[in-house]
Each structure stands twice: as structure tokens, then as C-alpha cells.
Design a binder for this molecule. Structure first.
Ligand SMILES: NC(=O)c1ccc[n+]([C@@H]2O[C@H](COP(=O)([O-])OP(=O)(O)OC[C@H]3O[C@@H](n4cnc5c(N)ncnc54)[C@H](OP(=O)(O)O)[C@@H]3O)[C@@H](O)[C@H]2O)c1
Length: 347
């Protein structure tokens, strides 16, 4: 592959598509070659994403797609499984941001979604989250970026599973609060400003589809609930774990350090000083960082774990580029070095 790697984005006019375009804009190796939108064909990408007004690229129709080295697909559930043969024909590597290739089996898609139209491709797909799957990413040609709620949950709990603090038999309750950008750019009654503003709205008290993803990649069951809250970017996961054996702070620090010490995009925020003593989506907004923190209750009966990400970065586009960098043999932080802002208004 040449030093410049050409990239395409299907669904470039959407929220995560826009985030991919923003990352590619400052990526040292990836160069945007084409971005699609059926609704905005012919319009400049800055017309939809004003932060990219300096670029003169225009959206093309997905039917006019031509060869690129890497293709990111940021489309609603069901689109990429339908078009996957076309996508792999035009690109050496496909990174899908939807749920279409995250789970391993057709049976899971029958149970949690509405089935799958390309089940033969499921074996080929590699789950993107580098913190748990880095070794399988080099040379992967079909990569499935994780769901944002699942990513926040998995990042928070993975070190505890790896160190056997969580064995799978204890009760684990996870509550995720997520901002409005999670729902994408398309309008709906629930997402219009009058209905969405000011809410703390439980939207999936039980049976959230990300439960399947969490269970598959974490290897333990969790009871999962999600709330839509009044922020634009961000997912904050709070996990309550009722351990069967007493755990100490030093056990927990060891577990998290063992796994995350060398991770470029995970930071601990666990009860230190200052205002932001625990993970907070506002602090990581616009960055690819995940923050993780924990506390054990004084009676040692409950362990609380917090994790925070930007749903459009670590929870989708940032994670997708991180995995792509690894798959392509690039510096894994390329294009993702920016930190969040402080202070900042509600993201
Ligand atoms: N938003 C998040 O925080 C987040 C986090 C993790 C994962 N995801 C997943 O990422 C995917 C994209 O999410 P999003 O929030 O960016 O959605 P979005 O804002 O609604 O954008 C969807 C994009 O797909 C295009 N599109 C729709 N139907 C298409 C079709 N049949 N063929 C080609 N293009 C089509 C749309 O543009 P045109 O209609 O103009 O073509 C638009 O550009 C979803 O599967 C979502 O579940 C999102």
C-alpha cells in the first residue's frame, strides 16, 4: 500500500460519518477520496458539517462509489449487511460502524435483531475494540466497530473479568446515560428539541440490543438499562457489581493497571482530587479517550464502576479509525491525538 491510503465514507452526511470526515481531515496517512449521501449528493461536505467548510469535497451518491483502499460505512442498521458484497469489491478493508457485523452468529441476529442477510460474512468480521481485540486486527479486512453503550460498559468492566474479580456468577447492573447524538441525524418525534430537551428518559429498561454485544465480548451477563439524558455527546456507564468475595482497592487498582497501563486511549479517573474525580463525558467530548473509575462501598458488598466516552469518538468513529490504524499497520493513534477541551459547555 502507498504512503497515502485513500478512504471512503458511506453515510458521510450523518453524525458518525461527519466525525469520520473530521478525523480523516487531520489524519497523517488517510486521505478522503469520496463520501456519500443520497440526500446531499453534489453538496459540499461543509454544507452539512460546518466544521469542515475549509474542504471542497462534495458528497456523491452511494451508487457512484469507486475503488478506495479503506471504506468506512456509517449507515443505519441493515444497510451494510445488504450491500456488503459491493463494499468488499471496491475496498481492501471495510470498517462498519453499524451493528450489522458485531455479533458472531446468525442465531444472535435472529434473537436480538431481525435476522441477517449476509450471515456468511459474520465469520470474517473482527470486533473493533482494540482494548480487548488488538491481536485480531492486523490485516483484518472486515471490521465491526462496537456500539457506544456496549463500548462504555465493556471498557469499564473488562479488567475485572480479566482479573477474575468478576467471574460471571455475580449480579451486575449497568445503567448507561447517553446524549442525543447517539440517535443519529435523522429526526424523529422523540428527538425533536421540545421533546428531547431537559430529559432523563429511560428508553430501554430491559432487553437493550447492546446486551448481546456486552455478553459476547465481556463473557458475562449484565442487567442493562439506558437513559437518554440532556447532553449532545457522551455515554456514561455506571455498573453496580455485587462481588461474591471481598475486594480491596489495591486489587482493583492492580486489575485496571494491568490492562490499561499501556493503552493510549484509556485514562483512570478514580476518586483523586479536583472537581472531576470520576469519569465524566464532558471531559472526553471530542476525544477518543475513555475514562474509567471505581469505588468499593465501606461494607465491601458493592463495587461501583464508572466509565465515560464520547459516543461519536471512542463509541464509534474514533474506535473505527483506531482499529483501522492497527489493521493497516499504521501508528495506532494516528489522527486521534486530540484531547478534549476544558472548560467546556454541555457537549
Ligand atoms: N450516533 C452514535 O453515537 C453511534 C454510535 C455507535 C454506532 N452508531 C451506528 O453508526 C451508524 C450511523 O449512525 P449515525 O448516528 O451516524 O446515523 P445518521 O446520523 O442517521 O447517519 C446515517 C447516514 O447513512 C446514510 N444512509 C441512510 N440510509 C442509507 C442507505 N440505504 N444507503 C446509503 N446511505 C444511507 C445517511 O445519508 P443519506 O440518507 O443522505 O444517504 C446518513 O449519512 C448506525 O448504524 C448507528 O447505530 C452510531
Amino acid at each position: 500500500m502507498s504512503e497515502t491510503i485513500t478512504a471512503g465514507v458511506i453515510g458521510g452526511s450523518g453524525f458518525t460519518g461527519g466525525e469520520l470526515l473530521r478525523i480523516i481531515d487531520s489524519h497523517p496517512v488517510l486521505t478522503l477520496d469520496q463520501a456519500t449521501s443520497r440526500s446531499y449528493t453534489g453538496k459540499s461536505i461543509g454544507y452539512v458539517h460546518p466544521n469542515l467548510r475549509h474542504r471542497d469535497d462534495r458528497f456523491i451518491d452511494p451508487d457512484d462509489l469507486s475503488s478506495v483502499d479503506i471504506l468506512f460505512t456509517a449507515t443505519p442498521h441493515g444497510v451494510s449487511m445488504k450491500h456488503i458484497d459491493e463494499y468488499v469489491d471496491v475496498a481492501d478493508t471495510v470498517v462498519d460502524l453499524s451493528a450489522d457485523f458485531r455479533l458472531s452468529t446468525e442465531e444472535q441476529y435472529n434473537e436480538w435483531y431481525d435476522g441477517h442477510s449476509a450471515p456468511d460474512r459474520l465469520d470474517q468480521a473482527v470486533y473493533a475494540l482494540p482494548e480487548i481485540n488488538r491481536e485480531n486486527l492486523p490485516q483484518a479486512d472486515l471490521i465491526a466497530a462496537g456500539g457506544c453503550n456496549a463500548t462504555a460498559t465493556i471498557i469499564g468492566l473488562y479488567p475485572l473479568v480479566k482479573s477474575d474479580v468478576i467471574t460471571g456468577s455475580e449480579q451486575i447492573v449497568v445503567d448507561v446515560k447517553v446524549g442525543s447524538s447517539e440517535g443519529g441525524a435523522a429526526e424523529s418525534q422523540a428527538s425533536n428539541h421540545a421533546e428531547r430537551s431537559g430529559i432523563v428518559r429511560p428508553y430501554a429498561p430491559t432487553g437493550h440490543r447492546h446486551e448481546a454485544e456486552i455478553e459476547e465480548y465481556l463473557g458475562v451477563s449484565v442487567s442493562f438499562t439506558a437513559h437518554a439524558v440532556d447532553m449532545i455527546r457522551g455515554a456514561s456507564a455506571t455498573a453496580h457489581i455485587f462481588p461474591e468475595q471481598p475486594v480491596t482497592n489495591s486489587d482493583l487498582w492492580r486489575a485496571y493497571r494491568d490492562v490499561y497501563e499501556d493503552e493510549p486511549f484509556v485514562r483512570m479517573a478514580s476518586g483523586g482530587g479536583g472537581v472531576y474525580r470520576y469519569p465524566e463525558p464532558k471531559v472526553v467530548a471530542g476525544s477518543n479517550y475513555a475514562e474509567v473509575g471505581f469505588e468499593v462501598d465501606p461494607g465491601n458488598k458493592r463495587l461501583v464502576v464508572f466509565s465515560a466516552i464520547d459516543n461519536m469518538m471512542k463509541g464509534s468513529a474514533g474506535q473505527a479509525v483506531h482499529a483501522a490504524n492497527i489493521a493497516l499497520g499504521l501508528d495506532e493513534t494516528a489522527g486521534l491525538e486530540s484531547t478534549g477541551f476544558h472548560p467546556i459547555g454541555a457537549p
